[in-house]
Design a protein around this ligand. Structure first.
Ligand code: M6R
Length: 622
């Protein structure tokens, strides 16, 4: 999730100062590098935070307009070379971009054939060259930009500038937010209103497929096809901080609400639904090695560990490969039996968790192929592993991991599809060495199609969050909570309990529902509620009888059930209904109500949900 900011004005303000200050308020979106371009002064870029960029800005770096960017890497390492703004060959067209250009490889090949030379590994750079290409024919910047934008596939929030039209900035939106700020003699374009608010509270939000042109005196909006758009301006009453949270009270809620978008971003460009295949570019370099592996060890900590447990069920059931899941903190001190047919797969949002990192180093020392499912591009774990899959969840600010968990499970589903269908392309000798089960095209298609339907289904859960809020308030005086589930939802019981305990500080415990009778059931009485995850899956009947065992001890039960279930409501005290999907993807939907429940529960207790006591977002020490 990068941040863009652009300014044009005739009020005597120095664009460089306006842009640098604005970037600071976008830093919450994550950063690994930053940069800006002023037609009157040129460009400056730096790795690291805005403070690093500020140090590099020359004293005479001045102008009336400019574009700026904070980068959170997706394509290409977080280096100065890959930092935005990117330019065309002539140095006249400059662009900043938030999103992913899906067809950048095809476009780049065509442009290179036409003589364009690329300076970076970033997908964004094609935009500047495409505009340059069209400028050869039209000479009109606006027309050239529109033509270029029509050729791009993917997501973008963009600001473009042309040295020969220094007063003009062109902005465009497709899937990534863009807002215009309308001041007196000055206009702005940004990823959210926070950098605009110190200057004006009058804004216009662009919609997908819209292009805006700003100069100091006016703004116009068009559809990509060229039709003009009339949109009333909105007056923003939020503070800059509220605006960073997208109008939500906390980052945690904002990040839970981003779930459907995160799902789309993790899957984007990686599914061939009709062929029932997953395409994982990050694993291309190790495809041959993957065809002969016969064991997977997943390592992670906290939430990432629970994602790994979900992955264990997915991979064993659909790929037929033995999987073990280990806590990073335990694995690093064991003497694991590993050979060159073993994958050790690290899962980490931050990519910096010390225990997971050491586990991966240990695995490499013992000859394993080290893979990663990592959210932070070029983090230490991403650099230490041999290959991997990036989550593309965007930066997560709340200490409690929510959207990263969604993307970790989604990436594991993609990996399952990738490995399950890979056997078809492996040699018979490799296939028999790996002893894997072959996933049929039909099964592959079912998984791919179900994955495509998940964002919509997740949105319906989020739209009904009021009901979950009410339940959380009803139970907010509880001092203990048991979470139970089986099979795919066994890890979800643990993750649901972790969410509640880490932000509400009450005792919450996850338990395999079948395991209750071996101990945990002793805790149950009328003051000890249970969250039972009981979707319409292959262990539904078993879960119903586990709920009966709790009710027989007078324990209150909230059931998390599939829509259309008419049985569970007869025994549980409260029911949260969730849309149906295939069994292996159920955890991805089921965790959403549990994240919301934990959030509202902690908020009701008046706690600092985004920064729970004693915890850090990234645990870089043992
Ligand atoms: O950055 P990582 O995914 O490696 O972090 C792992 C855990 O520290 C993290 O998931 C932690 O458990 C969260 N606070 C859970 O919400």
């Amino acid at each position: 999730m990068c941040g863009i900011f652009a300014y044009t004005g005739n009020k005597g303000k120095n664009a460089s100062t306006v842009l640098l200050d604005g970037l600071l308020s976008l830093e919450y979106r994550g950063y690994d590098s930053a940069g800006m371009y002023l037609p009157e002064s040129g460009s400056v870029r730096s790795t690291g935070a805005v403070s690093m960029l500020r140090k590099k800005v020359p004293k005479n770096f001045k102008g009336h307009s400019g574009i700026a960017h904070l980068r959170w890497a997706t394509h290409g390492e977080p280096t100065e070379k890959n930092a935005h703004p990117h330019q065309d060959c002539s140095g006249n067209v400059w662009v900043v971009h938030n999103g992913i250009i899906e067809n950048f490889k095809e476009l780049k090949v065509g442009l290179e054939a036409n003589g364009h030379t690329f300076r970076s590994d970033s997908d964004t750079e094609v935009i500047a060259h495409l505009v340059e290409e069209h400028l050869k024919k039209t000479k009109d910047f606006e027309k050239a930009a529109l033509k270029a934008l029509r050729e791009i596939r993917g997501t973008y929030g963009i600001a473009l500038q042309y040295k020969k039209e220094p007063e003009m900035v062109i902005g465009a939106r497709m899937g990534s937010p863009v807002v215009l700020g309308l001041g007196e003699g000055e206009h702005f374009i940004a990823s959210d209103p926070s950098p605009i608010l110190p200057h004006t509270r009058t804004v216009v939000f662009l919609e997908d497929g819209e292009v805006a042109v700003i100069t100091p005196k006016k703004h116009t909006i068009h559809k990509l096809a060229g039709d003009p758009v009339k949109r009333k301006a909105t007056r923003i009453d939020w503070s800059a901080e509220e605006s960073q949270k997208g109008g939500y009270e906390h980052f945690m809620l904002k990040e839970i609400m981003e779930g459907p978008e995160v799902l789309q971003n993790t899957v984007r460009g990686r599914l061939l639904p009709d062929k029932g295949l997953a395409k994982l570019g990050g694993l291309e370099s190790v495809t041959k090695q993957l065809a002969r592996i016969n064991r997977i060890i997943i390592v992670g900590c906290g939430t990432a560990y629970y994602a790994g447990l979900v992955g264990e069920y997915m991979l064993e059931e659909h790929v037929g490969i033995p999987v073990e899941v280990e806590l990073g903190s335990e694995f690093r001190y064991r003497k694991p039996v590993i050979n060159d047919r073993t994958i050790v797969l690290a899962i980490s949002q931050s990519g910096e968790t010390a225990d997971t990192l050491e586990a991966i180093r240990e695995a490499k020392r013992r000859g394993a192929l080290a893979l990663g499912i990592v959210n932070t591009v070029s983090s230490t774990i991403a650099r230490t592993t041999d290959a991997g899959v990036y989550n593309h969840a965007g930066p997560e600010i709340g200490v409690a991991s929510t959207k990263a968990f969604i993307s970790q499970m989604t990436a594991l589903a993609l990996l399952t599809l990738f490995l399950g269908r890979q056997r078809a392309s492996a040699t018979p000798e490799q296939a028999s060495a790996s002893r894997r089960r072959e996933m049929s095209v039909v099964e592959g298609r079912d998984i791919a199609h179900a994955l495509q339907e998940l964002p919509q289904k997740m949105q319906t859960i989020l739209d009904n969050r009021k009901a979950i809020e009410k339940l959380a308030i009803k139970y907010a005086k509880s001092r203990d909570f048991l979470y139970i589930g089986r099979k795919y939802n066994y890890p979800i019981a643990f993750e649901g309990a972790l969410k509640l305990k880490e932000i509400s500080y009450i005792h919450a415990e996850g338990c395999g529902a079948g395991e209750m009778k071996h101990g945990s059931l002793a805790m149950i009485d009328e003051h000890f509620p249970t969250m039972a995850i009981v979707p319409a899956d292959s262990v539904y009947d078993k879960m119903l009888s586990n709920i009966q065992q709790i009710k027989a001890r007078k324990g209150p039960v909230i059931a998390l059930a599939s829509e259309g279930d008419t049985e569970v409501g007869k025994i549980a005290d409260d029911v949260i209904y969730v849309p149906h999907t295939i069994e292996m993807l159920m955890p991805i939907l089921n965790i959403i109500p549990l994240q919301l429940f934990a959030y509202y529960f902690a908020r009701e207790k008046g706690l600092n949900v985004d920064r729970p006591r004693n915890l850090a977002k990234s645990v870089t020490v043992e």
